[in-house]
Design a protein around this ligand. Structure first.
Ligand code: BV8
Length: 245
């Protein structure tokens, strides 16, 4: 990619649980991760919800309440600041269901796996903002009934949100950045390859350690340290393009 192209570069950024770890939220597959205390098939599938809605609701109630005790960190803030300055197309796709990106100021954001701060009606699929716990007293705003609300979370076997928009942006992305994800879950894990099969000429990951050889480059260490450096390097390439135009 020539320098002048970088100035109009289209970018897609994917984040996973690792970007929120230093804010105090558990990841999934680390030794102290969420999947060590709960089995996926007990709390993160539609079948699990049908079998024991109370257990599944309590798993998400605890995580929703936790949001009140955490704040965005330097990595979330660096992403929001880059978006403000970026002159090409900018899309942030998160696998996370926490609200730390929006609280940091990110705007063009897709929660492909849903959000802890929303519920969905099991009869109409309508989605509503939601603050508190989901339990037997939770009244659905469209059915005016009890027991019809579920967390607006994409469980295993369910189709992630806004896949068409994500794929359009991946097809036209010049740069793909992956931050804090183990690359274990599809379709998100394949986004780097989709981008590289199309226009992407630069792919980079930031993680504690290398997760895959799909990326052209890597910034390894804690996200609060490495993400500001990575995004600053990307932005400096733009400044350099401006100077050369
Ligand atoms: C789909 C719910 C079809 C929200 C999640 C059988 C039946 C059906 C589907 C499948 C099947 N077999 C396989 C599949 C596909 C399946 C899948 O991928 N399974 C895997 C396990 C093999 N996928 C699906 O079912 C998806 N749907 O395929 O539908 C379809 C698709 C497209 C189009 C048409 C049809 C749905 C997947 C969504 C499932 N929901 N969670 C919740 O409870 O939170 S997935 C769960 O994993 C979370 O959403 C999480 O975000 C996601 C990915 O995990 P990571 O974010 O990467 O977290 P992890 O702990 O793994 O890694 C953390 C990383 O951070 C590590 O690398 C670590 O090193 C790093 N890190 C830690 N600390 C730091 C750090 N980095 C930097 N700094 C730090 N301080």
């Amino acid at each position: 990619m020539t320098n002048s192209d970088i100035n109009k570069a289209n970018i897609v950024i994917l984040t996973g649980a690792g970007i929120s770890a230093e804010s105090g939220l558990q990841t999934f597959r680390a030794s102290d991760g969420l999947w060590n205390n709960y089995r996926v098939d007990e709390v993160a599938t539609p079948e699990a919800f049908a079998l024991d809605p109370e257990l599944v609701n309590s798993f998400y109630n605890v995580r929703r309440q936790e949001l009140q005790t955490v704040a965005p960190n330097a990595a979330h803030i660096a992403l929001a600041e880059l978006e403000q300055k970026w002159s090409g197309e900018f899309l942030l796709v998160t696998q996370n269901v926490d609200n730390l990106h929006e609280r940091a100021g990110s705007k063009n954001l897709i929660h492909m796996h849903g959000s802890l701060k929303e519920v969905k009606c099991i009869n109409t699929d309508q989605v509503f903002d939601w603050e508190g716990d989901i339990n037997d007293e939770s009244k659905c705003m469209c059915c005016n009934d009890f027991g019809t609300l579920r967390p607006n979370i994409v469980w295993f076997g369910e189709i992630p949100y806004e896949m068409e928009k994500i794929e359009r942006h991946l097809d036209s992305a010049d740069i793909f950045v992956s931050i804090g994800t183990s690359g274990n879950v599809y379709p998100a894990a394949a986004f780097v390859d989709i981008a590289k099969e199309n226009n992407c000429t630069f792919s980079v990951e930031s993680n504690l350690a290398q997760t895959s050889d799909s990326f052209d480059s890597g910034y390894y260490g804690p996200a609060t340290e490495q993400v500001p450096i990575l995004l600053n390097d990307l932005f400096n390439q733009i400044n350099c393009a401006n100077d050369n135009m």
